[in-house]
Design a protein around this ligand. Structure first.
Ligand SMILES: NC(=O)c1ccc[n+]([C@@H]2O[C@H](COP(=O)([O-])OP(=O)(O)OC[C@H]3O[C@@H](n4cnc5c(N)ncnc54)[C@H](O)[C@@H]3O)[C@@H](O)[C@H]2O)c1
Length: 378
């Protein structure tokens, strides 16, 4: 039984449902036509009325269908060539997670533009990629400067013809206690971590629209859920990213542009490893709370970015991907029979799980892990 068997033009008057009708003639109930999901499967059979399906069909523009074809192509070809012919710009690409993401996309075929305010480091990073036979160019620019970002993007686009992927990675994360946080410091931190992602995204969006394709991935932080002390401005900025990305996803979707947020847990970049003397203890504490009990590595984040930015992820948008070896960054609810009480030795990253005490005041049940489950009061 055909699902949509009539001519339905898109907004520009083009016929856009021809293959919906074709497919529906042979695949009424979730079977596929030449390996492509039937419209009933794609639109979600069962709960949708015919009117509803027709209305959805209106929004299936040519561009979206190209995107779908890309997804099919992506799954059929080898993973190592996912990014062949794609051009990716990565802010904060000189080191850490930005460089890891760049190396990953480059290894899978993308031409890379690394943008960073550290001129010598970003040039060295691009040379490293080129030494490995990858296509990479460095741009020394401050992401908080719209003029510098525009110049870099113009030059990259002039080289490559188009920008397919933007990874907003540049960030700073200084510790400042709330009462010591001046408005000036607040502005500086939010300028890099939030305003700059707007600047870069705002600049790149029309460029992507021109080609009807784009992947925008912005890096937030698990701290935005946890509310880590001394990180007020950083947390505000990283939480803001999630909100605007959802709006961007809605506005970009009809143009073949997806927007997602990656939310790393604590990751062992050089910067993180050098930021505190007690970093090993901090990691030990956090690893004990993770479902996957090991340190997060830059490649863990790079792999998630590589998926979110791929053609095959064309149906993933407006999402927040937690990549921290846990299901969610939330302060755990005490199990029945337990109460929480602040442990003065708890680290700044402590999410509360180590504050568990038995109701009768018995000793702390520290480091709840596979080998030491939390005690319960009977
Ligand atoms: N490492 C972690 O544990 C972790 C966890 C959650 C989120 N993050 C986020 O991931 C991103 C990268 O973290 P990282 O650990 O790799 O940091 P990093 O300090 O190693 O790298 C950040 C890069 O951004 C660049 N940068 C900073 N300000 C800039 C500006 N104004 N203009 C251009 N470039 C600028 C720096 O020069 C540096 O190369 C940050 O946004 C950070 O908030 C990191």
């Amino acid at each position: 039984m055909p699902i949509v068997d009539e001519y339905i033009p898109d907004r520009a008057g083009r016929r856009v449902v021809a293959d919906i009708a074709d497919a529906s003639r042979t695949a009424a109930d979730g079977a596929s036509l030449a390996g492509r999901p039937s419209p009933r499967a794609a639109l979600g059979a069962g709960g949708l009325t015919a009117t509803c399906l027709r209305r959805r069909a209106y929004s299936l523009t040519q561009r979206q269908r190209r995107d779908e074809r890309g997804a099919m192509k992506g799954t059929a070809t080898a993973a190592m060539s996912r990014y062949t012919g794609r051009h990716a710009l990565i802010t904060g690409g000189a080191r850490g997670l930005g460089f890891a993401a760049a190396a990953r996309l480059a290894a899978e075929g993308a031409a890379i533009g690394l943008l960073d305010k550290d001129a010598s480091a970003v040039e060295a990073a691009a040379s490293r990629l080129r030494d490995d036979g990858r296509a990479a160019r460095a741009f020394a620019a401050d992401v908080t400067s719209p003029a510098e970002v525009r110049r870099a993007f113009d030059e990259f686009e002039a080289d490559t013809g188009r920008i397919d992927i933007l990874v907003n990675m540049a960030g700073i994360y200084p510790w400042i206690e709330f009462e010591d946080l001046t408005l000036e410091a607040w502005r500086e931190i939010t300028a890099v971590n939030l305003d700059a992602t707007f600047v870069a995204t705002h600049d790149v969006l029309p460029r992507m629209k021109k080609h009807g394709y784009g992947r925008i991935t912005t890096v937030s932080s698990g701290t935005s859920y946890l509310g880590v002390p001394e990180y007020a401005a950083y947390v505000a900025a990283k939480a803001g990213i999630i909100g605007y990305t959802r709006v961007l996803a809605r506005e970009g979707g009809p143009h073949g542009i997806t927007a997602n947020t990656i939310m790393p847990g604590l990751i062992a970049t050089e910067h993180v490893l050098g930021m505190r003397e007690d970093i090993d203890e901090v990691f030990a504490e956090i690893v004990a709370q993770q479902f996957v009990p090991r340190r997060g590595q830059p490649d863990d984040i790079a792999a998630a970015i590589a998926y979110a930015c791929s053609e095959e992820a064309g149906f993933l948008t407006g999402q927040v991907l937690n990549v921290g070896g846990v299901a969610a960054y939330v302060k755990p609810t005490p199990p029945p029979g337990m109460v929480t009480e602040k442990d003065p030795a708890a680290t700044l990253f402590d999410s509360g799980i180590n504050d568990l005490r038995c109701r009768d005041g018995a000793p702390l049940c520290r480091h709840r892990g596979r080998d030491r489950p939390a005690r319960r009061v009977r």
